[in-house]
Design a protein around this ligand. Structure first.
Ligand code: NAD
Ligand code: USQ
Length: 390
């Protein structure tokens, strides 16, 4: 069962698993599409509605994906979906996932934490009540750890203090109401795992980039979403699209911010690995799900090099940083557990960047350049709603 299966990671993963013979159901309330409608945003790629997507997938692959349209915060709906599908694994992507969206104003901060934290608590109860053996695979984020001045471990750290030693959850320092919603989810999940002997895996994913997967390329109507606006667009994807339309790449502040990254094809592979290796009852496994780390300046340099080879002329602009975050810092995060379980990473080589750039050039006429510069400032987040367009 893929919660959030109409979204960027969820759609690619649903097709990946379905293509490999897993019986898949998508659960989604389409709120991501509503955010676009409310704010005047659009995916660069022309995505089809979820009903058509699932129909086309059956036509192309012969495989059926079941669909449950509803809100996981509505426990009655979620219970019915659980009882109808009887999942053995539940992959939870179904949250509001933009840090800038969560910092727009008070009501969006509250929505983000209510939607995310309440949804995850409901999922834990649905598993306890209707599918106690079901393995919960929950998407967390590398941003839960923040940017500490020490190495980041995979979930847990062993600390010696006043002569005693314990292995504890790694300290969390979320840097937006969104990232903090994931910290709260992790704490809630850990308690449920121990108390109800649930099987859970928390995947602290880095920033995902790319758009094509083998399955989405099987038919134009299966194309995945690709966000480029300053609220939902993420660093590398935005830089590729900015280069394609001749907009300077928007490096925030000094550009030394360093994060973990992974290709969308690796997101799918990691989820499959997690599904195939369920956690034992009562133990929450935590993996850092990314394959390489880069600073924002390094990303801009990579796109500059790849873009020039395709005849583009990528430029950089240092935009005043709208976020409150460190722009120069130590960053060394462990990420070996998924590779130990068999992940063969699809690293950011020239061919991958060229294929991403070629795809975005194909759709570049869909770009509304007014949506590129950031409009959400962390320090200016107001209690009065910033409702609708800028
Ligand atoms: P997305 O917004 O494209 O997809 C999320 C989907 O969940 C949407 O289709 C949305 O409609 C659905 N959803 C949200 N709240 C729901 C609810 N209450 N009930 C039912 N459906 C709901 O996001 P994404 O980029 O695919 O991210 C998926 C998950 O992975 C998120 O939890 C995100 O925090 C995490 N993640 C994403 C990235 C990234 O770079 N995209 C990186 C790290 C972690
Ligand atoms: N950045 C720029 N220019 C841009 C966009 C971003 O310099 O045009 C910088 C940001 O300031 C930040 C870094 O790039 O330092 C990453 O920002 P992002 O927007 O690419 O990613 P982020 O806000 O961290 O969120 C994304 C997803 C989120 C996921 C997270 C993984 O939206 O769902 O949880 O990546 S992580 O960053 O590891 O926490």
């Amino acid at each position: 069962m893929i919660l959030g299966g109409d979204g960027y990671c969820g759609w690619a993963t649903a097709l990946h698993l379905s293509n490999r013979g897993y019986e898949v159901a998508i659960v989604d309330n389409m709120c991501r599409r509503t955010f676009d409608d409310q704010l005047g945003f659009n995916s660069l790629t022309p995505i089809k509605g979820i009903h058509e997507r699932v129909r086309v997938w059956e036509e192309v692959s012969g495989k059926r994906i079941q669909l449950y349209v509803g809100d996981i915060c509505d426990y009655e709906f979620l219970s019915a979906a659980f009882q109808a599908f009887e999942p053995t694994a539940c992959v939870h992507f179904g949250e509001q996932r933009s840090a800038p969206y969560s910092m727009m104003d008070r009501s969006r901060a509250v929505f983000t934490q209510t939607n995310n934290v309440m949804g995850t608590i409901n999922v834990c109860y649905a598993i306890k009540e209707f599918a106690p053996e079901c393995h919960l695979i929950k998407l967390g984020t590398m941003g839960e750890y923040g940017t500490p001045n020490i190495d980041i471990e995979e979930g847990y750290i062993t600390i010696e203090h006043n002569g005693r030693t314990d292995t504890l959850p790694y300290p969390k320092q979320g840097n937006s109401f969104y990232h903090l919603s994931k910290c709260h989810d992790s704490a809630n999940m850990l308690m449920c795992t121990k108390t109800w002997k649930m099987r859970t895996t928390d995947l602290n994913q880095g920033v995902v980039y790319g758009v094509a997967t083998p399955e989405t390329m099987m038919d134009d109507r299966l194309v995945n979403r690709l966000d480029y606006d300053a609220v939902f667009g993420t660093a590398l994807n935005r830089f590729a699209i900015q280069a394609a339309v001749g907009h300077p790449m928007t490096v925030y502040g000094k550009g030394g911010q360093t994060r973990g990254f992974l290709n969308i094809t690796d997101t799918c592979k990691c989820i499959q690995i997690a599904c195939d290796n369920p956690a034992p009852p009562g133990e929450m496994k935590i993996y850092n799900q990314f394959t390489e780390q880069f600073s924002v300046n390094e990303l801009a340099a990579l796109i500059t090099e790849a873009g020039q080879k395709l005849g583009l002329d990528p430029q950089v602009i240092n935009v005043p940083n709208p976020r409150t975050e460190m722009e120069e810092h130590y960053y060394n995060a462990k990420h070996s557990k998924l590779q130990d379980l068999g992940l063969e990473p699809n690293l950011m080589k020239e061919s991958i960047l060229e294929s991403l750039l070629t795809t975005v050039v194909k759709y570049k006429d869909n770009v509304d350049q007014r949506l590129i510069l950031p409009g959400v400032n962390w320090t200016e987040s107001a209690s009065v709603g910033k409702t609708i367009a800028k």
